[in-house]
Design a protein around this ligand. Structure first.
Ligand SMILES: [Zn+2]
Length: 80
């Protein structure tokens, strides 16, 4: 039986587009992003990383990363 090829929804390109427009404006800012690998599908996607801060600045424990399931710029659901 032949495998069915289904068109997968494409991820948005917001991180690259926002960073490009910031660069064009001469801004010294860019989005914090993370490259996520889906071990099941072997696909990689770029997600915006939420900015976090220490609840207790005196503790040496590192900040845990938190990644959203939806793009905070366009609202599209991330695939993996
Ligand atoms: Zn987006």
């Amino acid at each position: 039986m032949a495998k069915k090829k289904r068109a997968k929804p494409k991820n948005c390109n917001c991180v690259a587009e926002v960073n490009k427009s910031l660069e064009k404006e001469g801004s010294n800012s860019r989005l914090i992003s993370s490259l996520i690998f889906n071990l099941t599908t072997g696909e990689a996607e770029v997600r915006v990383k939420l900015a976090m801060e220490k609840a207790d600045s005196k503790k040496r424990e590192r900040i845990k990363p938190l990644l959203p399931n939806y793009c905070p710029i366009c609202g599209k659901k991330y695939r993996s």
